[in-house]
Design a protein around this ligand. Structure first.
Ligand code: GAR
Length: 202
């Protein structure tokens, strides 16, 4: 069983998709959910599945990334999944979980990524560029926003959309499916990091 920590900031639909995935049931256990606020709707998703939640940050009521690392070591966390987490994670924390942190991004990286590119901001930029395809990307997390090695991507035809909201609606179910697939492949030991590329064995 792969022990997972899932980081969230918003409504938690990707977290729910992981928890409700039938193929992940026998392969992974979400041991902890971490947010960058004292409350967000994703915490309710976690609570419905009786998963403990922590808020990370440096204000009162929050725990530090150092404390989080200690908790993760005790829980033997194997994989950290950023599922709509918007806060920058300190470089030393990322280093200590090298190639064990993945992120779901709602566009086809390396385009439409970087600081400030999250949620509807991404779909708005895609819409305004007149791109005819969008999609979802899952990548390993490195020290800057959205630049880590890409593990998997899936395209969505958006040639007939009328709004950024319509792009978001088409991309979200693809995110849910792609993220679960990647977690499954990692749990089954099918994901390898070579020099330049990530290789997923079929
Ligand atoms: C998702 O669309 C995710 O791809 C995006 O935030 C949303 C969170 O939704 N993440 C980013 O934009 C990261 N750059 P959710 O809380 O319903 O999973």
């Amino acid at each position: 069983m792969l022990a997972l920590a899932v980081f969230v900031s918003g409504r938690g639909s990707n977290l729910r998709a992981i928890l409700e995935s039938s193929k992940l049931k026998e392969l992974v256990q979400v041991k902890v959910v971490v947010g960058d606020k004292l409350f967000c709707p994703a915490f309710d998703v976690a609570k419905n599945f009786s998963i403990p939640v922590y808020s990370v940050g440096n204000k009162e009521g929050f725990i530090s990334f150092d404390d989080l690392r200690t908790i993760f070591e005790k829980l033997d966390i194997n994989l950290i999944v950023l599922a709509g987490f918007l806060k920058m994670i300190p470089a030393d924390f990322i280093k200590s979980f090298s190639n064990r942190i993945i992120n779901i991004h709602p566009a086809l990286l390396p385009s439409f990524g970087g600081s400030g590119m999250y949620g509807m901001n991404v779909h708005r930029a895609v819409f305004e560029s007149s791109a005819q395809v969008s999609g979802a990307s899952v990548h390993f997390v490195d020290e800057s926003y959205d630049t880590g090695k890409i593990i998997a991507q899936k395209c969505v035809d958006i040639s007939d959309v009328k709004s950024p909201e319509e792009i978001a609606e088409r991309v979200l179910p693809v995110e849910h499916q792609l993220l679960a697939n990647v977690i499954e492949n990692i749990a089954l030991g099918r994901v390898f990091v070579d020099n330049f590329r990530v290789r997923v064995e079929k």
